[in-house]
Design a protein around this ligand. Structure first.
Ligand code: SAM
Length: 377
């Protein structure tokens, strides 16, 4: 596939081309199988000839009981055809034109005894499934792609990282069910955190490390970059998350709490009355019924029947939070700390029993809905 230089340059500037592996799609989506029966699935950032989301759904079409699968791509993929070539299906296709694939039937069209990507190509060629050029550029925000989104029940893909907030807000606005990949860093974004806090979206199963194929034009990097024996470039990221609003078992699993509240272990923030600091999710005390500031990794363990999320440390809407006072800031510098804080700084801070001041990393403010009875001292 010839490359469209200007589009590649734009994509390169934003570094949006990270191709998900089939094993990662399978590992996550096996937890959602019962959601897909009779549904129309839309992969809206997916070159049907390259995407492993498309491949997963088309090859599992009958097993999942899908009604329809739709995939649209933004431009011709900069990764050369490895699974199925557009030109196998449409010999006189225009290069780098955005395409739409609509699949409603999958069977052994080649008669070789099984269903694979050759059957998918054959079914496109025979016109049993539809492959057609899009009128526009395939942007998920374009009218024709939004109309396809409205037709779909569930949207699933790895969308462009640079447009993640807008992408999620579009799904929410169109009332879609979804399971999509993003960066874990997004959890604290002002458009994203409120959705997690109000149970409109939660994290899936396989959050953390993930490796992606990247186009040839991606520059080598010192870390988290390699070229495999076939010359394919790879990048990995340690902060990937699956975001979904489909109900999954994981969000009903109770976090086992073994620690008990002890004021000498769990200091109270100087600038959030009655809220204690908890440094590790595993150390959340089982018997504290007030506010607790916990690391954002808590979101990966969040069960809405067990906990309530009240806000984020920098969120000025948390009642009682006023920012760091003059005394705390003075102590902070007097004790040799060098980070930049000023009076009223929104991060949370506390005094350790030995008088040392500590400013925390980002914290989610939570409350246990059913704390155990405190131990009598
Ligand atoms: C992170 S990559 C993932 C590709 C594919 N979904 C996968 O999982 O392998 C995001 C893809 O979205 C495409 N893209 C970028 N901007 C887009 C837009 N506005 N609308 C639709 N797709 C877009 C990029 O070209 C890129 O191929």
């Amino acid at each position: 596939m010839a490359k469209n230089k200007s589009l590649n340059a734009a994509a390169k500037a934003k570094e949006d081309e990270f191709y998900t592996q089939l094993t990662d799609v399978e590992k996550e989506l096996r937890h959602y199988r019962n959601h897909f029966k009779g549904k129309t699935v839309f992969c809206n950032c997916d070159d049907p000839f390259e995407s492993n989301f498309f491949k997963y759904f088309v090859l599992n079409f009958n097993r999942l009981g899908l009604k329809k699968l739709i995939a649209t791509c933004y431009t011709g993929s900069p990764i050369a055809g490895s699974q199925l070539s557009l030109f196998d299906v449409v010999p006189n296709a225009q290069e780098n034109r955005p395409y739409k694939a609509v699949v409603t039937t999958v069977y052994d069209a080649t008669g070789d005894g099984g269903v694979d990507m050759d059957d998918i190509a054959e079914l496109f060629k025979q016109g049993e499934n539809e492959l057609s050029e899009l009128a526009g550029n395939g942007d998920f925000r374009s009218e024709e792609c939004l109309a396809l989104m409205d037709e779909a029940d569930i949207v699933t893909t790895n969308p462009p990282f640079s447009l993640f907030n807008e992408y999620i807000l579009t799904l929410i606005e169109h009332g879609k069910e979804f399971v999509v990949i993003g960066s874990q860093n997004s959890v604290t974004y002002k458009d994203i955190f409120p959705l997690l806090m109000t149970d409109q979206m939660w994290l899936g199963y396989n959050n953390g490390d993930m490796a992606f194929r990247v186009p040839d034009y991606y520059e080598p990097r010192e870390t988290r970059f390699w070229i495999d024996e076939n010359g394919q470039k790879w990048r990995s990221m340690g902060n990937i998350a699956w975001y979904t609003n489909l109900d999954i078992k994981k969000r009903h699993e109770e976090l086992i709490l073994v620690r008990r509240y002890d004021p000498s272990v769990y200091p109270t923030y100087a600038n959030l009355t009655g809220c204690i600091n908890v440094d590790k999710v595993a150390d959340i005390p089982c018997d504290y019924d007030g506010l607790m500031g916990v690391p954002i990794t808590f979101l990966d363990k969040y069960n809405p029947d067990q906990f309530e999320i009240l806000g984020l440390d920098y969120d000025s809407s948390i009642p009682g939070k006023t920012g760091l006072d003059e005394c705390f800031v003075k102590d902070y510098y007097d004790q040799g700390n060098t980070g930049s804080i000023t009076v009223g700084h929104p991060s949370l801070g506390y005094y350790k029993p030995d008088g040392k001041v500590v400013r925390t990393y980002r914290r989610v403010i939570i409350r246990n809905r059913h704390p155990e009875e405190p131990r009598r001292i």
